[in-house]
Every structure is written in structure tokens, then in C-alpha cells.
Ligand binder design. Structure first.
Ligand SMILES: N[C@@H](CCC(=O)N[C@@H](CS)C(=O)NCC(=O)O)C(=O)O
Length: 243
């Protein structure tokens, strides 16, 4: 029995980082699935956990919180996970924090945008987005990958140093989102591909596969009917991506 509940949908990249971190560290938790495509995050019950109605969310006894990077740090601090995940050393820790701040305007939005254009357009509008909508977003994503490779991974095996940290988990799940919709990320980038392999080896290939198996099948969901209320809610956001 544990007081800790994580509200997750593994189609979501921030949920996967939290899931992988908790599993890799043997943190006991109740896995409460909130299926986004079924609109379960819009339920009254979930609204009490996270009024913003986003996953991941955490409940620990009476304490609730949202935001994946904050959740990761809460878990690292509460369960005193091995130092390499979020090092005590000031400057090593600052490298993790630096990536966690950078990703908010780089890997995360650029990867997400591709997912919305490739996967959400057919689901919400019933047709594929025109290639000219996709191309600039692919370029933006590739530039982000180059920056990750040339700045964060220059001369070191992991994003924040010699060992895997929370920063690598946040990075890999974000990059896997467009990969799941058929966008190349690692093909012509041997350094990035070698980093991915190191991350997989560090967390274990089984756990990596388990966390990603749903999202890697996302194309099979292309004809899935979304609840009308959810469709309406998502439409405005999608149209912004397609402008
Ligand atoms: N900054 C948040 C983002 C959370 C987020 O956007 N979650 C998405 C899934 S990836 C969600 O729950 N979307 C539902 C909605 O916005 O209606 C984090 O890192 O946790």
C-alpha cells in the first residue's frame, strides 16, 4: 500500500518521464490512468486533483501537484534517489536545471507541434495536414536536435554530465513523440543515436519499451472517434498550430 498516486497517460511525453523515473527507482505508486483521448481528464473527479486538467499529476496523501519537471524533483527529493538523477553538487545540479528550463521553449514545443500536426489533425479535423504545414515544423525540430547535440551533449555522454539524470529522461520522451508519428530524429545523427542507446541502457530496454509502446502505436488510433466535447476543446488549439 502506498499513499502515492500518479495520474498518467503514457501517450503523453511528460507522463512517460515521470513513469520511467518512478519505475527505474522502484518508487511504489498507484498508477491511475487518465485516458486523454477518452476525455477522462475532463471528469469532475480529476478536476479535484488538477484543476488545469493536465497529466501528469500527483497525489501524495492529501497533497496534490502538477507539472512533470516539478513532480520529478518532488520524487527525487522525497525518495532520495541516487545522486546522479539530480546531483547534490551545485554546478552538476545547475546543468540539470539548465536543460529543464531550456526544454520548455525548445524540445517540448517543437516535438509537440509535430504530434499535433501529424496525429491530432486527422483525429480532430478528419484529414491530413498539408505538407507545407509540416515542413517548417520539421526544420524547427531538427534545429532543436542539433542544438541539443552540439550544446548539451558536446563532449559528454549525457545531457548534464557523465551519468544519466532527470534531464535525459525529459529529453528522450520529448524526442520520441515525433518519432512515434514517423518523423526521423536519430537517423542521420550518430551522436544523438548513441546518446539514445546510452539512455535506454541506463534505464533498461524493457522499461523504455514498456513506456513507449502505446505512443509507438499511435497511428493505429487515427480513426478513433473522440468525444465531441473533447474535439471541440482541442480544435482551437489545433488551428493555432496550423496557422
Ligand atoms: N507543463 C506540463 C504539461 C502537461 C500537459 O500539457 N499535459 C498534456 C498531455 S502531454 C495534457 O494533459 N493535455 C490535456 C489538455 O490540455 O486538455 C508538464 O510538463 O507536466
Amino acid at each position: 500500500m502506498t499513499d502515492l498516486t500518479l495520474y498518467l497517460d503514457l501517450l503523453s511525453q511528460p507522463c512517460r518521464s515521470v513513469y520511467i523515473f518512478a519505475k527505474a527507482n522502484n518508487i511504489p505508486f498507484n498508477n491511475h490512468q487518465v485516458r486523454l483521448f477518452k476525455g477522462e481528464h475532463l471528469s469532475e473527479e480529476f478536476g479535484k486533483v488538477n484543476p488545469f486538467r493536465k497529466v501528469p499529476s500527483l497525489k501524495d496523501g492529501d497533497f496534490t501537484m502538477a507539472e512533470s519537471t516539478a513532480i520529478l524533483l518532488y520524487l527525487a527529493n522525497k525518495y532520495k534517489t541516487p545522486d546522479h538523477w539530480y546531483p547534490a553538487d551545485l554546478q552538476k545540479r545547475a546543468r540539470v536545471d539548465e536543460y529543464l528550463a531550456w526544454q520548455h521553449t525548445n524540445t517540448r514545443p517543437h516535438g509537440s507541434k509535430l504530434f499535433w500536426i501529424k496525429v491530432m489533425t486527422p483525429l480532430i479535423l478528419g484529414y491530413e495536414a498539408e505538407p507545407e504545414k509540416l515542413e517548417p515544423v520539421v526544420t524547427e525540430f531538427n534545429n532543436t536536435l542539433t542544438a541539443l547535440e552540439e550544446q548539451f551533449l558536446r563532449g559528454k555522454p549525457f545531457v548534464a554530465g557523465d551519468e544519466i539524470s532527470i534531464a535525459d529522461l525529459v529529453a528522450i520522451v520529448e524526442i520520441m513523440q515525433p518519432v512515434a508519428c514517423g518523423i526521423e530524429a536519430f537517423e542521420n545523427k550518430p551522436n544523438l543515436a548513441a546518446w539514445k542507446k546510452r539512455v535506454e541502457d541506463a534505464i533498461g530496454a524493457e522499461l523504455f519499451k514498456e513506456a513507449h509502446e502505446n505512443v509507438l502505436r499511435v497511428k493505429e488510433m487515427q480513426n478513433m472517434p473522440l468525444p465531441p466535447e473533447l474535439k471541440e476543446r482541442l480544435k482551437g488549439r489545433l488551428l493555432q498550430f496550423l496557422r
